[in-house]
Design a protein around this ligand. Sequence first.
Ligand SMILES: NC(=O)c1ccc[n+]([C@@H]2O[C@H](COP(=O)([O-])OP(=O)(O)OC[C@H]3O[C@@H](n4cnc5c(N)ncnc54)[C@H](O)[C@@H]3O)[C@@H](O)[C@H]2O)c1
Length: 405
Amino acid sequence: MNQPKVVMIGLGYIGLPTAALIAQNKTYVHGVDINPNVVDTINAGKIHIVEPELDNAVANAVKEGYLKASTTPVEANTYLIVVPTPFKAKNEPDISFVEAATKAIIPLLKPNDLYIIESTSPVGTTEKMMELIYSERPELQNQLSIAYCPERVLPGNVMYELVHNDRVIGGINESSTEKAVDFYSQFIKGDLHKTNARTAEMCKLVENSSRDVQIAFANELSLICDKANINVWELIKLANKHPRVNILQPGCGVGGHCIAVDPYFIVSDYPMESQIIGKAREINNYKSFWCAEKIQTAKLQFEIKHGRKPSIAIMGLAFKPNIDDLRESPAKYIAQKVLQNANNEEYFIVEPNIESHKVFKLTGYKEAIEKADIIAFLVAHNEFKNTNIGSDKVVLDFCGILSNK
Ligand SMILES: NC(=O)c1ccc[n+]([C@@H]2O[C@H](COP(=O)([O-])OP(=O)(O)OC[C@H]3O[C@@H](n4cnc5c(N)ncnc54)[C@H](O)[C@@H]3O)[C@@H](O)[C@H]2O)c1
């Protein structure tokens, strides 16, 4: 491989597709990951994650010599940081992976290099990394371009969205922004919107917080309607007939590694100011607890009415419909909670998008619907639509699968 132009640190769901895209454009990419299995898999021209079209892109890039993976970085012109940014106890953001990745490349930096963070990060992270770089390499002060550019792709459509989505690019100064825009304009057809690093960092957090707050409003309505004996799905359909109203759908909570996580990055740093954002997180978490309590109540009512213990079907574990991803999944939390309260009832746990699970024994959806006395729909998977449910069953529809037919 020729001298790499780009070093990509972190070869996961975002880093690997981005590395493959850059390599497809015949730019030499040296990918770095601390996981040697990831490195070996990629160097064999294979992939370790599920993402349509990524396998071919990586296989070709490796075969043609434009992509190589390693556990250590090398000298290049552009360094991209795409490592995880999870949260710690008390919902505080953990930027230690970004710090570790940055420290690994500091000795390699030279004048005119471009350093970009793509990891979802709390406001001020890019400035912090700039200070870290210049504290260890003071001779490089003002000679590097440093920028932040968040990712907003939809898993399952990453290879298309990477190219076609608009991007927000914020440098620590104008020349850094310009240089980062020049870099991305080689691979991206979407519009590239220029700003500063802090605004770009906040933009990513706000996009996901906005979704979280809007879903919390729908979930709050579902709690109110349950008490008021109103079908919330019908109510929302009717309210949305107003030309300027667009209420989202309630569910059994909010999950995934973005919407259920990123708002905490704002709340943690601005607790007094982020009242609605913080409350939305609480409401969406509470909705999952409430669903588990509803199942518990239905169990007890069934036992009193029929003089025997019911069998219960838990329909769905994923964090949203038609995917196999259980990260931060409210449905998984509810299933766990319900099983903790089990008292010799029979349970059918259903997740049609995965074959097996190390904790839950899975049952097919048809069998579960046929055999269970109580059916709790948590996720609106396609398989669950248009199923025949006997009139003798107790149905708890937390995702509107029956009302939204
Ligand atoms: N996955 C998404 O849909 C998505 C969307 C938008 C933003 N993001 C953000 O992008 C960032 C990366 O997310 P992801 O989903 O790609 O994560 P991921 O867990 O799939 O991949 C991260 C990779 O980084 C590696 N890594 C960790 N520390 C490292 C280090 N010091 N040096 C080298 N490699 C290291 C890990 O081994 C892993 O393979 C996160 O901040 C995430 O919030 C993700």
